[in-house]
Design a binder for this molecule. Sequence first.
Ligand SMILES: Cc1cc2nc3c(=O)[nH]c(=O)nc-3n(C[C@H](O)[C@H](O)[C@H](O)COP(=O)(O)OP(=O)(O)OC[C@H]3O[C@@H](n4cnc5c(N)ncnc54)[C@H](O)[C@@H]3O)c2cc1C
Length: 401
Amino acid sequence: MMAAIAAAERGMSVTLLEKNEKLGKKLYITGKGRCNITNDSDVENLLAHTMTNAKFLYSAYYTFPSQSMMELLEREGLPLKTERGNRVFPVSDHSSDVIRTLERIMRRAGVSIRLDTRVQEILSREGRCCGVACSSRQRGQESLAAEAVIVATGGLSYPSTGSTGDGYRFASDTGHRLQPRYPSLVSFVIREPFVKELQGLSLRNVSLRLFAGGKERYREQGEMLFTHRGISGPLVLSASAYGAGRKEALSVELDLKPALSEQQLDDRILRDFASCRNSYFKNSLGKLLPAKMIPVVIERTGIPPEKRVNEVTRQERRRLTELLKGFSMTVDSLGEYNEAVITRGGVDVRDVDPATMGSRRLPGLYFAGEVLDLDALTGGYNLQIAWSTGYLAGASAAEWE
Ligand SMILES: Cc1cc2nc3c(=O)[nH]c(=O)nc-3n(C[C@H](O)[C@H](O)[C@H](O)COP(=O)(O)OP(=O)(O)OC[C@H]3O[C@@H](n4cnc5c(N)ncnc54)[C@H](O)[C@@H]3O)c2cc1C
């Protein structure tokens, strides 16, 4: 949509082909239906939050930074607001308003929108891209001639929204290299069976460390939750961006009490014990931990649950503090595409000119958005990649001779 706008506003005759029955199905579900449109920060910050091929995005980000996107939408009458971490949303909290606004801009710029139309192949003649072959229920099979074609077919995540990876095939059929693809910004599947007992429990202000091959790759404090087969939530999604595609074994470690040192935590435990001298160990942790967590922690410390707290030894207490400061879990795998926010990998950026988004293999062909080997952290950054590359691709395609 962004690419179509940029090309049409430069006087080009533009046709947008969308295989779904409506526009922006993926956009509709972004930000839990509120659409975190972008991140209101400078280009340095956009680059810092881009995980893969940040340098490739220099031109795109500088040509169309987040403020340009915000201005475009606000000029069109969509009020925006900025929340924690510079995340930008429509004031209405409805992603549908973003889609409607983009559609209005497209229609005014004269973009012809064809829904229910699936592109099947990129056409080329004499070494130049010359159109697409597509099919639709209404018109059947047809070839559309074009001086330039922009592939903005998205990745593989949430395939029900239309991202089924067609663009990767278009790219490889026309001689472009592909980088392996992986789900990212996704939950972790945890090996230890105890996670099932913790299902539904959410934790705030915990610190999570991700290790790959024993080496720490990520450490952050925030919120997470336990699911039926692992862990999820904001901290985990961010951590997954540091684990996606890694060959080494992954593990995580939670610090359940990041504000306390081991010594402070031990003092705290001793105080709790002192306030219930004759209680069983299993009844002494209520002030320290959420109820669901207690049986799991007790089991993992190996301290007999029916031991009186005044009989718990210093060594046992040490096992307890070590566990609370380093609650380790083995990551069996990352979640799948149907629950991943983005796809890592895709069209190799070495085959694309960063100044134009034009193909280096087939003149007249352009790429934009998640189909490229680009991805970023949560916070509006992935959509900004789509807006910036889409704008640059559209503007460049319009100027291409
Ligand atoms: C649950 C969820 C929440 C998210 N929330 C946010 C968020 O709040 N902020 C953020 O920055 N990012 C978010 N993202 C990521 C963001 O949605 C994507 O990075 C972004 O939509 C990618 O844009 P795109 O235009 O490249 O691809 P898409 O948005 O996937 O669009 C590709 C379009 O191409 C169409 N298409 C595919 N193949 C064909 C074909 N052969 N012929 C015709 N049409 C075709 C598809 O139907 C689709 O409409 C979220 C993702 C998910 C899954």
